[in-house]
Design a protein around this ligand. Sequence first.
Ligand code: AAL
Length: 403
Amino acid sequence: CLLAPVVSFQAFAQEAPTTITVPVAEQEDSAGAFPGIMPLHKPTDRPLSSAMQRAYDFWGIEALASTHGDSQNDRIELYSNFRYSRLQGFDYSHNTSRRDPTKVLKIDGTYFVWYTHRKTAAPPSGAAKATDVIPSADWDLADIWYATSQDGFTWQEQGVAVARPPKPNYGWRSVTTPDVLVFEGKYYLYYQGFNDIPLSGGGDIAAVTVAEADSPRGPWRQLGRVVVDFGRSDEWDATAIHDPFPIVYKGKIYLYYKGQPAHAQGDSSGIELVRAQGVAIAENPLGPFTKHPLNPVINSGHETCLFPWKGGIAAITSLDGPEKNTVQFAPDGVNFEIMSSIEMPPLAPGPFVPDAFADNGDGRGITWGLFHIPPPLDPNNPWKWTDDTHFTLARFDCDLSRD
Ligand code: AAL
């Protein structure tokens, strides 16, 4: 259980926002990014975010070594705080997976969402059996599709938005896990580009690239290079820059992401930092992006999910780490504190965030979004999915709103 004082999110909302001086992202980061093997003892040679101070002072870093929680296997029906609904237009179809939806946008009365789409002749079969047509993982050999809706419940798939390019172009193996930004009248999709078979060599190794369009329906122009790159081999984000999540904040693009170290499983010098989240900041959607010197700014979680709240940024964490299944808030967008614990948050939530790019210092929160849901449970075995080779999209409703 959470020993931290758990306050209800609404009760917290009444507090006046505090003004915190945010370290300037462009600061020269003398100590290098946070190490992927967390030192056993709290570092004193660098500033630490609130989350990393808590990791040492409150949780103890052994807790950070946890891996996937059991949320992936929990029955999705055993939820609270969130309400879940099936959607029209995203029916399961064998060996077709839809997952990791973006934020939902509403443009001229129509809702838009982009997501990882895989349709292969064979199911995910592991790295050893993967070929040009057999995927290693659920997100291998994928493209980015999009869908539209008038009511958020009935959706029409529109097909490919960003196709994986021919080899050796960036992301040739798979393009996945997008999120969307609208900036100065243009549209940007940030996504993971895989340039080798996912999960081969023991890692889910991908960094983030971007495509640009003048319309939400495309055509999308792939930049063809990385915009947020891996950290150094000893750093917390050495082998993964995953789950990009852009928000416009303080006049810049705050691109939150999940990092992953080089799977050293820890050693005598420290503990592997399993799943942490950081932020990279830019003035231009195509970069250059500067990683914040206080990264990682969230010490748990898996897929990123954030939204403006009053003058700061709120986040939902799930799946991994001692602070999984919490709602957190950073008045400065960087120093996150736990605001409430939640049960069974949606997997890979893509919230409808009307003010994601408003940057007006008055974030209103969220009430619904899409997420990815595993296939139905096997009626003969309530703890096994009928076929975990395909996910699809469903809807969550919640009450994390000030309206
Ligand atoms: C997702 C995300 C990233 C990982 C894989 C596909 O939930 O965390 O995108 O690479 O799983």
